[in-house]
Design a binder for this molecule. Structure first.
Ligand SMILES: [Zn+2]
Ligand SMILES: [Zn+2]
Length: 366
């Protein structure tokens, strides 16, 4: 079928809309009409072609409606509303243990730009266009999606609200609840208050953390962090941020959560910890960075990489939606919507930091 998709090609500063051919779903796959799709920093990083091959259709926070089922799909019906999350094989030890973000095949399935057999779902005349980015390539009117990538959601919630759940929100909230296991009485510092960091702030409030210290250079976002649950805010461009965090609790925090790529912030994330604390991170520092190993040893500190919030989308996303219904997890406050044809502006605003979570709307939201 003919579809409209935003294609990333070399030498273009943002994806641009093209008419492509999308093949029918193969066994185990579904055709999903995309209704809304969030933009995440991974899309910005991959647009120039960092890990994923070109030309490609990016997009990995899709939400839409199932339009057709490939052979063997059991858990879905045509008309179901779905949120799309990561892709995983379903057969490796991590998948069997219910930890699909650590699937043995996570990298080729997320960034390979094709199915594991090497085929792609998209073409433009004779030219192959890479697909299956995070199992979805959802900057498009329609996507071919492996069954395991989709999570069924209730039909009464507009899909443009739900789109960011699949990556940005699950990454921040899962890191706090599933990976670090922050609980009532714990103290936590959230370094970076974009969509991921603010999702972490809301999750830390949800679980009853005693102190939630938010750190960023953007004052507006710090104010929003306070509204969403931060007990303390610190401007990142002030002196000795780690000591300021330590002073709030008198001994440092039990956990830090860092969603930035700034090397100096990775140092703060370790320096602000109390004895036996854990520093969780979701992006690698830009450039060279060496942790202070002796301080880690002497403090019994851990440095912990976290992918997709450690969370299983099939169980974790319905839980977050339920908390949202109760008014206890207002993640939709992070969203600003754009028309699909304005994807270039949305990319630019995301990069410039003038919007927290841009969501592209492609059609009727219900
Ligand atoms: Zn993402
Ligand atoms: Zn697997």
């Amino acid at each position: 079928m003919k579809i409209t998709a935003a294609v990333s090609r070399s030498n273009q500063d943002a994806p641009s809309l093209e008419t492509l051919e999308l093949e029918a779903p193969r066994p185990g796959e579904m055709l999903v009409r995309i209704v809304a799709v969030g933009i995440c920093h991974t899309d910005l990083h991959e647009h120039p072609g960092r890990h994923a091959p070109h030309p490609i259709v990016l997009g990995h926070e899709g939400a839409g409606v199932v339009e057709a089922l490939g052979e063997g799909v059991r858990g879905f019906a045509v008309g179901d509303h779905v949120v799309l999350s990561g892709s995983s094989c379903g057969a490796c030890p991590s998948c069997i243990a219910g930890r699909p973000t650590y699937c043995d095949l996570a990298m080729p399935m997320s960034f390979g730009g094709k199915r594991l057999d090497g085929s792609v779902a998209l073409s433009c005349g004779d030219e192959k266009i890479h697909s299956h980015f995070f199992g979805q390539s959802s900057f498009a009117s329609h996507a071919i999606v492996p069954e395991r990538t989709a999570v069924k959601v209730d039909k009464d919630i507009p899909l443009d609200k739900l789109a960011p759940l699949g990556c940005g929100v699950i990454t921040g909230a899962g890191a706090i609840i599933e990976a670090l296991k922050v609980r009532a009485g714990h103290t936590v510092a959230i370094l970076g208050t974009g969509g991921v960091g603010l999702s972490a702030v809301m999750a830390a409030k949800l679980v009853g953390a005693k102190r939630i210290v938010a750190v960023d250079i953007n004052r507006q976002r710090l104010e929003l962090a306070k509204e969403l649950g931060a007990t303390d805010i610190i401007a990142a461009d002030t002196d000795n941020v780690a000591q300021q965090i330590r002073d709030i609790t008198g001994r440092g925090v039990d956990f830090s959560f860092n969603s930035t790529t700034v090397a100096a912030v990775h140092s703060i994330a370790l320096d602000c910890l109390a004895m036996n604390g854990t520093a969780g991170f979701v992006s690698a520092p830009r450039g060279e960075w060496t942790p202070q190993m002796f301080a880690m040893l002497a403090g019994g500190k851990q440095l912990r990489g976290i992918l997709g919030g450690d969370a299983n989308p099939r169980t974790f996303l319905p839980m977050l939606i339920d908390y949202w219904r109760q008014g206890r997890f207002p993640f939709d406050r992070l969203i600003e919507t754009y028309r699909f044809e304005d994807i270039g502006k949305a990319f630019h605003d995301c990069e410039a930091g003038t919007v927290i979570k841009p969501v592209l709307k492609l059609g009727e939201t219900a």
